[in-house]
Design a protein around this ligand. Structure first.
Ligand SMILES: NC(=O)c1ccc[n+]([C@@H]2O[C@H](COP(=O)([O-])OP(=O)(O)OC[C@H]3O[C@@H](n4cnc5c(N)ncnc54)[C@H](O)[C@@H]3O)[C@@H](O)[C@H]2O)c1
Length: 214
């Protein structure tokens, strides 16, 4: 596919189709008509057919689209790896909430297993194995690159160990400052700073009205 010939709006819809197709595949659906897919993605069947036509001659009249084949093509064209095996470190309140959610498998992979220092947290949590930190290097899935960090203690030492074990991307929930070597990327998620940001934006939006009242 030469993406420079595909309309931008079509390119933006491809991940939407892919997500729906992955779900259908998980439910054992082998083929689908554009009008059936339409009800999953809320996009007109004619638009779907036109969008898919950029990928080649994929559908057959009266048969529809082969779900596995479409997914393969989307995977190739979009360069997305849906089999990314993530790990989660720290199966406390926040960590368990994320394990319970574990629905990233339709889009970015899944949490393959988790780790915690506390024996009480180890075992199966929402269908995901939580191992002792002692077993980190042994139990980490092969080729695992991304860790979700929801721990409360020894953050720097834990990060150092994760990096040594091959982690190159960290989704960090800890609020704590830590360092990583070049080539390792941190994506921090912090509800507190999001709220602060919202308060700031909301205040500045209301400022003229406030001034008028003063
Ligand atoms: N980003 C946010 O918006 C946000 C919101 C709430 C909490 N937090 C932070 O997330 C973290 C987890 O919060 P929580 O409420 O789930 O805490 P929690 O105490 O319930 O859970 C922490 C878990 O991590 C484990 N743990 C601690 N240190 C560890 C280590 N070095 N290695 C492995 N396991 C370890 C503990 O045994 C525990 O099970 C904290 O750092 C908290 O400050 C962030």
């Amino acid at each position: 596919m030469r993406t420079n010939h595909v309309p931008k709006a079509t390119l933006q819809r491809y991940p939407v189709y892919l997500k729906a197709l992955r779900r259908l595949q998980k439910n054992g659906i082998k083929r689908i008509m554009s009008r059936e897919l339409s009800s999953f993605v809320d996009i007109e069947p004619t638009t779907i057919r036109r969008d898919f036509s950029f990928l080649g001659n994929l559908g057959k009249q009266g048969y529809g689209y082969d779900v596995d084949r479409l997914i393969d093509i989307f995977n190739q064209q979009l360069g997305v790896d849906f089999d990314e095996k993530l790990i989660l470190v720290g199966a406390g309140n926040l960590g368990r909430a994320l394990l319970n959610y574990n629905k990233w498998d339709h889009v970015v992979g899944e949490v393959a297993c988790a780790f915690d220092v506390d024996p009480e947290k180890q075992g199966s949590q929402f269908g995901v194995n939580v191992w002792s930190m002692d077993d980190l290097e042994e139990k980490m899935p092969k080729g695992c690159r991304i860790a979700i960090l929801t721990i409360s203690h020894d953050v720097q030492a834990t990060v150092d160990r994760l990096v040594k074990a091959g982690i190159t991307g960290i989704v960090d929930f800890t609020h704590q400052h830590f360092k990583v070597p070049r080539g390792v990327v941190i994506k921090s998620i912090d509800v507190v700073s999001s709220i602060q940001e919202l308060v700031f934006i909301t205040n500045s939006m209301n400022e003229p009205a406030q001034r008028q009242r003063d």
